[in-house]
Design a protein around this ligand. Structure first.
Ligand code: PLP
Length: 361
């Protein structure tokens, strides 16, 4: 008889599918993960190194310096900020704090997969609202909410679709959800979304008492390997997260690096400039080759490959791999004929387009 049985829901979590080649080989052009092609902020790297001699110490439980630095940079109240080991941990903690068996948690069809994992781990039931042409459908989400809906997750902009909804639509979603539903706005790619009708969540957090904004140092600041995320929301949400988080969840040197990254406006400017130049370039070149490229407000593109099996996802990814290029197959999102491609350095972007041209022309 089986004695050790994980809670229901755990077995339904699909494991994260890594496509990274095993071993230490870093010679691949890796466009499969949505990281910063310019690397980390040099100021962050320096701060990290300077703190290397102190890593025998536990980090500040209150995360005070980091929270104050985030608050200063973004014009927020530091008392309403909590920091986590990547924004993924915030997603898990907030789900654990507000939902459990018998509750429902709403997310969107092609929404970031971390949501589903956190929901299943909490024992709550995921409810998935359909999207429309890779766009979040606010009305469909509101329709699926009910008395049991404890949380509604919205990634804005979203990974892997790259699409976003404007501030007015987020407000409409908040207004249409029950008051007892916490709206969690995952804005991991907020800095890249430079559309005038976009809002990163700060305003809606401040004008309501049931919205949490989640952010990360993994994307624009290039610190994915250090695992630093944060949330900004009402005291009752921040307090609940702090109550269940491990006291030392964000490492000492990671906190120092994040503080330095916040003042490295030059790295941030260069990263945005790079993305503003190469995202449209990649989009145009891949469209010219005949791929359907979805509009993206992020640092990656979702592209649809032709239905022809000899040119399908598998054939294309294998061909690119032979050229030393990794891209992300997103079939685990139900997007069986799509690939997610992150903007790389100039030479990497050009190599990618050349490799696609070889197989598709
Ligand atoms: C939309 C979205 N949210 C959250 C995360 C988690 O990022 P991290 O845990 O590195 O902060 C990612 C990572 O790719 C993401 O794409």
């Amino acid at each position: 008889m089986e004695l050790l049985i994980p809670r229901p829901g755990i077995g339904q979590i699909k494991p994260y599918r890594s496509i990274q080649p095993a071993g230490e080989d870093r010679s691949w052009v890796d466009l499969s993960l949505t990281v910063n092609p310019l690397g980390p902020s040099p100021m962050a790297l320096n701060a990290y190194r300077q703190n290397a001699t102190q890593i025998h110490r536990y980090p500040d439980v209150r995360q005070e310096k980091l929270r104050r630095a985030i608050a200063r940079r973004h014009g927020l109240d530091w008392n309403h900020i909590a920091c986590t080991a990547g924004s993924d941990e915030m997603i898990h903690l907030v789900t654990q704090a507000f939902a459990g068996p018998g509750d429902e948690v709403l997310c969107h069809e092609y929404g970031y997969r971390g949501f589903l994992k956190a929901i299943r781990a909490s024992g709550a039931t995921p409810v998935v609202a359909a999207e429309r042409d890779m766009m979040v459908d606010v009305e469909a989400m509101i329709d699926r909410a009910n008395g049991k809906t404890k949380i509604c997750f919205l990634a804005n902009p979203n990974n892997p679709t790259g699409t976003y909804i404007p501030a007015e639509a987020v407000q409409r979603l908040r207004a249409g959800l029950p008051a007892h539903t916490l709206l969690v706005l995952d804005c991991a790619y907020a800095e890249f979304c430079r559309r005038t009708n976009y809002e990163d969540g700060t305003e809606i957090v401040e004008s309501s008492d049931n919205v949490l904004m989640v952010r990360t140092f993994s994307k624009i600041h290039g610190l994915a390997g250090l695992r630093i995320g944060w949330g900004y929301g009402p005291a009752k949400v921040i307090d609940a997260v702090n109550q269940i988080r491990s006291p030392f969840n964000v490492g000492f040197a990671a906190q120092a690096a994040a503080i330095a990254a916040l003042s490295d406006t030059e790295h941030e400017r260069a990263s945005l400039e790079h993305n503003d130049r190469w995202l449209p370039w990649l989009s145009k070149e891949l469209s010219l080759i005949g791929l359907r490229v979805y509009p993206s407000a992020c640092n990656f593109l979702l592209v649809r490959v032709p239905p022809d099996p000899s040119l399908g996802v598998q054939a294309v990814t294998e061909h690119l791999a032979r050229r030393g290029i990794l891209v992300k197959d997103v079939s685990d999102y139900g997007l069986t004929d799509c690939l997610r491609i992150t903007v790389g350095r100039e030479d990497e972007n050009r190599a990618l387009v050349d490799a696609f041209a070889e197989i598709l022309s």
